[in-house]
Design a protein around this ligand. Structure first.
Ligand SMILES: C[S@@+](CC[C@H](N)C(=O)[O-])C[C@H]1O[C@@H](n2cnc3c(N)ncnc32)[C@H](O)[C@@H]1O
Length: 269
């Protein structure tokens, strides 16, 4: 429980993937007790209603490549507010340690001697697959999965992704931040031995009421994603488990026409 003895601290909190019911009880407690909430772009803003009416709410998101604050500025802000004796909830989409730069923020806090706690969240990599009816592992089809950043530029030298190993060494691949870079991701997988008929799903705005899923193969998915006007946030799931969606899809998705009008109306909050 919150005990204000004049010492501040920071909670690095996972907000889950979008469906507000997928936030943890612990995350809600942190939100309620925080004096300051520093929040990102890809999370359901309705969760901010849990914050205290007097809490300071600070947006630190990145949208379309534009950063509101640099990573150094965000870490500096967390440290400064904690040094003022405040309880700070750093709220991040999904899980804070899955491509959320939570590790870097924890390092900065540790170096500055600020007490911190990490509250795991339900990652979009897991949740979007589950809401699309795609089990990432299955005894008959997949005994391993990897979560991979799809944002690495095609021209980047010294790639940190070991494409030859992950292309065929892992059964199911889940790419985050990959929509704009889909041609490069598909080309690398094909070049490194994944067959063109490998099933692929793209799940846009997973777990939200306007979730939309496109299913194809490595050979067809780029064209399908373009014709469906897929936009971030979306995850790309590659592997035989995608075929299970046909039987296991359980979450009612609106038709594409409705999703398009929603996109026009509310954007990608
Ligand atoms: C910077 S990463 C953060 C990932 C986050 N920490 C997590 O665990 O989900 C942002 C990416 O997560 C994915 N993402 C986040 N929310 C999503 C959602 N509701 N549906 C599909 N993908 C989502 C997208 O690939 C997006 O580009």
């Amino acid at each position: 429980m919150k005990t204000h003895d004049g010492k501040g601290k920071v909670w690095l909190v996972g907000a889950g993937p979008g469906d507000i019911e997928l936030i943890t009880i612990k995350a809600v407690r942190c939100l309620k007790e925080a004096d300051v909430v520093v929040y990102d772009h890809h999370l359901n803003k309705e969760l901010l209603d849990y914050a205290d009416a007097g809490a300071e709410l600070i947006y630190a998101g990145k949208q379309g490549g534009y950063h509101t604050m640099s990573q150094e500025e965000i870490s500096g802000l967390l440290i400064a507010r904690a040094r003022e004796g405040k309880f700070v909830c750093r709220l991040k989409g999904g899980d804070p340690f899955v491509f959320g730069r939570g590790g870097e923020e924890a390092e900065a806090l540790s170096e500055a001697g600020i007490p911190f706690e990490v509250v795991p969240g339900v990652s979009s990599a897991i949740a979007a697959a589950a809401y699309a009816g795609i089990p990432l592992t299955h005894r008959a089809h997949s005994s391993s999965f990897a979560i991979v950043p799809g944002s690495e530029a095609a021209t980047k030298t010294g790639s940190r992704i070991d494409w030859p190993k992950i292309s065929t060494g892992v059964d199911t691949l889940v790419f985050l931040m990959a929509v704009a870079n889909m041609p490069h991701v598909v080309a690398e997988l094909l070049k490194n031995g994944r067959p063109p008929d490998t099933p692929v799903a793209v799940v846009q705005r997973g777990t939200r009421s306007d979730q939309f899923t496109v299913v194809g193969t490595l050979a067809s998915i780029e064209g399908l994603a373009v014709s469906s006007n897929i936009r971030p946030p979306a995850v790309i799931i590659v592997g035989e488990v995608v075929k299970l969606r046909e039987r296991l899809k359980w979450f009612g998705e609106p038709p594409l026409s409705e999703v398009e009008s929603l996109k026009a109306g509310i954007g990608h909050a």
